[in-house]
Design a protein around this ligand. Structure first.
Ligand code: 5GP
Ligand code: ZN
Length: 137
């Protein structure tokens, strides 16, 4: 399979690694959104959040939390976004599950200037209720 993140796990292409355990690997994003942008991936290939086994997802979430805490404590981040994209329509470009850990900086040398990527819509209780009903099924 032609998967860039599997190649990183195998050591066939280089990466700047941060941490790992038996299930997951954390390494620096090659085109970071902010200072310290890290990716957490399962060592076993899974395309996205719909496919990844729950144990690997749990391990990735725990590793993401560890990196987030270090971003706050060691990088001086003011906040952190944990982001996952599932399918191209939702911005996914590498089809091996990954959790983005994106440290956020309000000011200083790493001030990121990032903004919310959606526009909050007016509250429509009928639509909210209909969606909830479908999600309960
Ligand atoms: P996505 O767009 O799928 O949510 O995120 C894919 C991420 O992988 C991007 O932020 C991109 O910069 C990163 N990326 C793509 N190829 C490589 C690579 O070869 N090495 C590293 N370290 N990151 C990569
Ligand atoms: Zn893969």
């Amino acid at each position: 399979m032609d998967c860039v993140f599997c190649a990183i796990v195998a050591g066939d292409i280089p990466s700047t690694q941060v941490d790992e355990d038996e299930r997951v690997l954390a390494f620096m994003d090659i085109n970071p959104a902010t200072y310290g942008h890290t990716l957490v991936i399962p060592k076993a290939h899974a395309a996205d959040v719909l496919e990844i086994p729950t144990d690997d997802l749990t391990a990735a979430a725990a590793m993401g939390q560890r990196i987030a805490k270090r971003a706050m404590a060691n990088l001086g981040a003011d906040g952190v976004n944990l982001l996952n994209s599932c399918k191209a329509e939702a911005w996914q470009t590498v089809f091996h599950f990954h959790l983005h850990v994106i440290p956020r900086y309000a000011s200083g040398p790493h001030a990121d200037g990032m903004t919310l990527p959606w526009t909050p819509q007016e509250t429509d209780f009928d639509a909210i209720g209909a969606a909830a009903e479908q999600l309960r099924a």
